[in-house]
Design a binder for this molecule. Structure first.
Ligand SMILES: *Cc1c(COP(=O)(O)O)cnc(C)c1O
Length: 399
């Protein structure tokens, strides 16, 4: 590193060069991201709260109150009057916290995964094959066996397969409300029944769907129940930094009961609190305040408009692609379109699109082009995108 201090102006100048190499959401070319440009008020608030540390909340009681309010507000979206939980860095950390709570509970109540027991039982976690890779990390960190349940023809988790995989060592089942690759919503009601009947923890990963499904329901979209209104659901992950328009990093973990936080609390000797259940110690207050601000600013109505606009663009793209001879993997339920062309290999198509400046992503199961219609993508961007696809087909002599 430099020995002598460098002048502020020079530093800022140099940073511009780096920033110019980053892509901008506003160009409408980032088609494969679940994040988007954060709300501008939220960005300002984020900066204002950068010094606040929720790892030591006794010093930052104002920010702590904001966290309680955000948790309560998100709880009200998910049919839970008194939620417990935290704003964390994202879906990955939220999922890890949920599974940690489930593991600790199973250790205490069922002696599964207890290193002090006479015989060590490896805890098992059942996730849909479509689960986000964060569960692989959670299983690794917590030393769990990860069991993948099959999907049905609609790419929802197959209930029969979940049932078949349950055994005495199962510590939790995961259902997804808005899969990362396809935006598919699992039959959470059925999972809830199974979980309750077998006395197994059920976690719902709504990292992507959590900030759109409740608002789409308000608007009359037909989406089945997925939240705490189902008795078996113990926890839900929601990412404000995706459809919630909050700045990164903002994820949220909500628990139905305080016991899930308590079961993983450790003593925090030198701080203003006695116990800590979060994974990180020093913890950003900025995303909490920013998430609080953007939620106030948008309201249910504003989020409804945002989610609805994204869905209108989604249906426009999906319908246009179908007319142009592309095949949709599923009818979109949320704002993700997944497609292929019967005559063009997926990876080739992705490369050709990238060459034309379109940053698409390719899903793994099934292999397909995956477009996430976040609110930085407008109608005109999709018209231009469809033009590019037309040109690609013409160049390949495909009608
Ligand atoms: C994005 C996503 C995650 C991971 O969230 P991060 O914020 O990237 O850590 C987890 N689950 C689902 C369903 C997601 O879409």
């Amino acid at each position: 590193m430099n020995q002598e201090p460098i002048k502020k102006e020079k530093i800022l100048e140099e940073l511009i060069e780096f920033k110019e190499k980053d892509l901008k959401f506003s160009d409408g070319r980032i088609l494969g991201s679940m994040c988007t440009s954060a709300n501008s008020l939220a960005k300002k608030v984020f900066y204002d709260f950068l010094d606040s540390n929720l790892g030591d909340p006794g010093l930052f009681e104002g920010t702590q109150s904001l966290e309680e309010e955000v948790i309560n507000d998100i709880g009200s979206l998910l049919s839970l009057e008194k939620p417990y939980g935290n704003i964390v860095t994202g879906g990955t950390e939220a999922n890890l916290m949920a599974i940690r709570a489930a593991r600790n509970l199973a250790r205490e109540e069922k002696n599964i995964g207890n290193i002090a027991a006479d015989e060590y039982i490896v805890p098992e976690l059942i996730v849909p094959k479509s689960a986000h890779f964060s569960f692989e990390k959670a299983a690794d960190v917590l030393s769990l066996k990860l069991v993948e349940a099959d999907l049905d023809e609609n790419y929802q988790v197959d209930i029969g397969s979940v049932k078949d995989n349950i055994n005495d060592n199962t510590i939790a089942i995961v259902g997804i409300a808005g899969t990362t690759e396809l935006g598919v919503i699992d039959p959470i009601k059925d999972l809830s029944k199974i979980a309750t009947r077998n006395n197994i923890y059920l976690h719902v990963d709504a990292a992507f769907g959590g900030f759109s499904i409740p608002f789409l329901k308000d608007l009359g979209y037909e989406i089945p129940k997925f939240d705490f209104s189902l008795d078996g659901v113990c926890s839900i992950t929601v990412d404000p930094h995706k459809m919630g328009l909050a700045p990164i990093p903002s994820g949220c973990i909500l628990f139905r009961d305080k016991k899930y936080l308590e079961i993983m609390a450790v003593e925090a000797p030198y701080l203003t609190t006695k116990e800590q259940s979060t994974l990180v110690g020093t913890r950003l207050g900025a995303p909490v305040a920013a998430t609080w601000a953007v939620m106030q600013y948008m309201g249910r109505e504003g989020y409804g408009e945002n989610a609805n606009e994204c869905m209108i663009n989604t249906h426009f793209l999906a319908d246009s692609l179908s007319k142009e001879g592309f095949e949709l993997t599923v009818e979109p339920k949320l704002n993700i379109v997944s497609f292929n062309h019967p005559k063009i290999p997926t990876d080739d198509l992705a490369k050709m699109l990238e060459k034309e400046g379109w940053m698409v992503s390719v899903s793994s199961y099934p292999k397909a082009i995956r477009i996430i219609l976040m609110n930085h993508i407008k109608h005109n961007h999709m018209v231009e995108f469809l033009d590019t696809l037309d040109e690609i087909k013409a160049n390949l002599d495909i009608k």
